[in-house]
Design a protein around this ligand. Structure first.
Ligand code: NAP
Length: 259
C-alpha cells in the first residue's frame, strides 16, 4: 500500500532511539522528509546515519530538548510548515508517588503533556490552512491501565489524552487528524530501565522480572520498535484520514478488556 507520504515533511521528536527512531524509519521508508530531534548530539547523528542507510532519506537533525521553549523554537525554525508531527519524549521516572515533589510533577507535565501541546499549537493552524496534517502523540498503555509505580506518567499522559480528545474534533474538517499511540512493552532502553526499577522496588532479580513480564504477554514476547513505527506511519497515511481522536493500544493484547 502506498501511504501517500512521499515528500511530506515530518518532525519526529525524541527520535535518536527506540520508538521515535522506529517511527522516523517507517516514515522515511514511505518517502517523507524527516526532521529528527533529541538532546544528545552524537547519538542523534548516529541515528541519522542509520535512518539514511535504511530508508535512503537523510534526515535533518535538531539537537533540542522538547521540554524547553528554546528547544521547541529550534524545531519549528528547522521545519516551520510540517505536514506530520510525531510528539514524543522520554518517560518520567518510576517510583512511589510519596517520594515525588512538585518539581517532579512539573518535569513530567513539561515532557509528557505541555511539550506536545505547545508543538501542536505551533503547527496545527498551518496544517489546517494547507488542508493536510497528521499528528501522533506517543503516550503509554498506562493511560488505559494505570501502573501505580508509573504515577508521574499516568497523570501527565492522561492530561494530554483529555486535551487531545477535545482538540481532535476541531481540526478534522480540515483533514488534520490527531491520534495517540499507547505502547505496551517494546524492547527499548526505556523498557529496560522500567524493568530495572520494578526489580529494585520488589527486591527481585532483573532477569526474573524480565522473563515474567515477557511471558505474561499473550504474544510471549516484547514488541519490536519497527512494529510500533509501522502503526505510526499508517496513522500518518492518506488512508487514515477518517481516524481521529483515537487512542490506539499496541501491546500484544496485554490489555484484557473487550474494548
Ligand atoms: P527510549 O528508548 O529511552 O528513547 C527515548 C528517546 O527520547 C531518545 O532518543 C532520547 O534521546 C529522546 N528524548 C528523551 N527526552 C527528550 C527530550 N526532553 N527532548 C528531546 N528528546 C528526548 O524510549 P522509548 O522506549 O522509545 O519510549 C518513548 C516514549 O514511549 C517514552 O515516553 C516512554 O515512556 C513511552 N513508553 C515506552 C514504552 C516501551 O515499552 N518502550 C511503553 C510505554 C510508554 P536524548 O536522551 O538524547 O534526548
Amino acid at each position: 500500500m502506498d501511504f501517500g507520504l512521499k515528500g511530506r515533511k515530518a518532525i519526529v521528536c525524541a527520535a535518536s532511539m527506540g520508538l521515535g527512531k522506529a517511527s522516523a524509519i517507517a516514515l522515511g521508508k514511505e518517502g517523507a522528509e524527516l526532521v529528527i530531534v533529541a538532546r544528545r548530539r552524537e547519538i542523534l547523528a548516529q541515528a541519522a546515519d542509520d535512518i539514511a542507510a535504511q530508508t535512503g532519506v537523510r534526515p535533518m537533525t535538531v539537537v533540542a530538548d522538547v521540554t524547553t521553549p528554546d528547544g521547541r523554537g529550534a524545531i519549528i525554525s528547522a521545519c516551520p510548515n510540517p505536514d506530520i508531527l510525531i510528539n514524543n519524549a522520554g518517560g518520567p521516572p518510576a517510583g512511589d508517588f510519596r517520594n515525588f515533589g512538585r518539581d517532579d510533577w512539573i518535569k513530567a507535565l513539561d515532557a509528557n503533556m505541555i511539550a506536545p501541546i505547545e508543538l501542536i499549537k505551533a503547527t496545527v493552524d498551518g496544517m489546517m490552512a494547507r488542508g493536510f496534517g497528521r499528528i501522533v502523540n506517543v503516550t503509554s498503555h498506562a493511560v488505559k491501565a494505570p501502573v501505580a509505580m508509573l504515577a508521574l506518567s499516568n497523570g501527565a499522559r492522561t492530561g494530554l489524552t483529555g486535551f487531545i480528545a477535545g482538540l481532535a474534533r476541531t481540526t478534522a474538517a480540515r483533514n488534520v487528524t490527531i491520534n495517540n499511540i499507547l505502547p505496551g512493552t517494546f524492547d527499548t532502553d526505556r523498557l529496560k530501565s522500567n524493568l530495572t526499577a520494578l526489580a529494585k522496588n520488589t527486591a527481585r532479580d532483573v532477569a526474573a522480572v524480565t522473563d515474567e513480564i515477557r511471558d505474561a504477554n499473550p504474544t510471549r514476547r516484547f514488541g519490536h520498535p519497527d512494529e510500533f513505527g509501522a502503526v505510526c506511519a499508517f496513522l500518518c497515511s492518506v488512508q487514515a484520514g477518517y481516524m481521529t481522536g483515537q487512542n490506539i493500544l499496541v501491546d500484544g493484547g496485554a490489555y484484557p478488556g473487550t474494548f
